[in-house]
Design a binder for this molecule. Structure first.
Ligand SMILES: C[S@@+](CC[C@H](N)C(=O)[O-])C[C@H]1O[C@@H](n2cnc3c(N)ncnc32)[C@H](O)[C@@H]1O
Length: 358
């Protein structure tokens, strides 16, 4: 992966979408957790903070997070908010430090910036700052091959952690059977990912994403949400979100579905075998992918209530609960499922019209 060497750089097309997702999520996250954990505090950790801005003048993730807290909570809360920024390149670290001194912070907000490798810095810092009982959102936005699994494990031991990890599957496909693959072992926490070398080419990407989800689950992140951003050149980038809270999954999806089409990225559900890319918008989402996933799910599991299908959509796909209702209604119109309308209409049972197809 060619990575920028300069202090600041031109953002790639994925960056805008990534930032819209982050700020949309934090706008919902900060007000909820500052209220819920008012007797403790709330931490936002940028393990790969970068310099804080881009060559085109747009904000980097540390500034986006501070701005989201200011706009969504401001001075309306007495809950301590701690922002932890870690950056390994000295010049980028200094650049961010300069930007931070220009900002006025609410009295409840503190910033801890550290120069160094997040793998070395973060775990002792969590102890030193005594924030193990605080909810924390940890942004692991490296170059796609650099979030150590040991860091994920350390974060998972705190009280209410959430992580968002950037993963570049291209690298893992390329280096699975080479000595450079050692960097991948650190990300997955073991060498199991290298089995990708034996997976058929068309399945590799999906397989790797599933493997990483599994590793987040192994670390204790009960819910994982993955989505793929695709730029104009077709380069994929995965964002994998891990949380203990199904509410967190819902809020992350809301944010993702608000990303505007001008972000230059399209989305793919990594679990869609047809790998359909589409734009996200709340008004007219493309639901064919979800319809296919629901049919497949019904084929595997038999009759399901609408509520279960909504849960399935929420937990197992990139779609929202509301999309499941629309998809089922359309499948019914297409005579692909039959819906047995029970008294509690909102929770009727759904079966495949022709189970022999699955
Ligand atoms: C993709 S950029 C981060 C962009 C930033 N999150 C944003 O959205 O504005 C990755 C940054 O992580 C830094 N970095 C790479 N490896 C690191 C490590 N092990 N620990 C801390 N920082 C690291 C790089 O120098 C680079 O500035």
């Amino acid at each position: 992966v060619a990575t920028p060497k300069t202090v600041i750089w031109t953002p790639d097309p994925h960056t805008k979408a990534k930032h819209q997702i982050l700020s949309g999520y934090l706008d919902a996250y900060f007000p909820i957790v500052t209220k819920q954990f008012s007797d403790a505090g709330v931490a936002f950790i940028d393990a790969f903070s970068g310099p804080g801005e881009y060559e085109d003048g747009s904000d980097g993730s540390p500034i986006i997070a501070l701005e989201s807290a200011r706009a969504s909570v401001g001075g309306n809360s007495t809950t301590p908010l701690k922002f932890i920024f870690i950056e390994k390149e000295r010049d980028r670290f200094d650049h961010l430090a300069d930007l931070l001194t220009q900002r006025t912070l609410p009295a409840t907000t503190t910033i801890e910036s550290r120069h160094g490798h997040c793998a070395d810095v973060l775990t002792p810092l969590i102890d030193e700052l005594e924030i193990t009982n605080w909810p924390m959102f940890v942004n692991c936005d490296g170059w796609g091959v650099d979030t150590p699994y040991t860091l994920i494990e350390a974060v998972s031991r705190t009280k209410r952690p959430e992580v968002m990890v950037t993963i570049s599957t291209q690298w893992f496909m390329r280096f699975a059977d080479t000595t450079e693959g050692a960097a991948g072992d650190k990300v997955f926490g073991d060498a199991s990912w290298r089995q990708v070398a034996n997976v058929p080419t068309t399945e590799k990407k999906r397989w790797l994403v599933e493997r990483y989800r599994r590793r987040l689950a192994d670390a204790g992140f009960e819910f994982q949400l993955t989505f793929e951003l695709v730029d104009e050149m077709g380069h994929p980038l995965f964002l994998i979100f891990g949380t203990h809270s199904v509410h967190g999954v819902e809020k992350m999806k809301d944010s993702m579905w608000r990303v505007d089409s001008s972000s230059g990225s399209r989305f793919r559900d990594p679990r869609d075998p047809n790998q359909t890319a589409f734009d996200l918008s709340d008004s007219e989402p493309t639901l064919e992918v979800l319809e296919g996933q629901i049919l497949e799910h019904l084929g595997r599991s038999g009759v399901q209530s609408l509520k279960n299908l909504q849960e399935f959509a929420l937990r197992e796909t990139i779609f929202k609960k509301t999309h499941a209702v629309k998809a089922v209604t359309r499948l019914e119109t297409l005579n692909k499922v039959t819906a047995q309308h029970a008294k509690a209409y909102k929770n009727y049972m759904v079966t495949l019209a022709d189970p022999s197809l699955f």
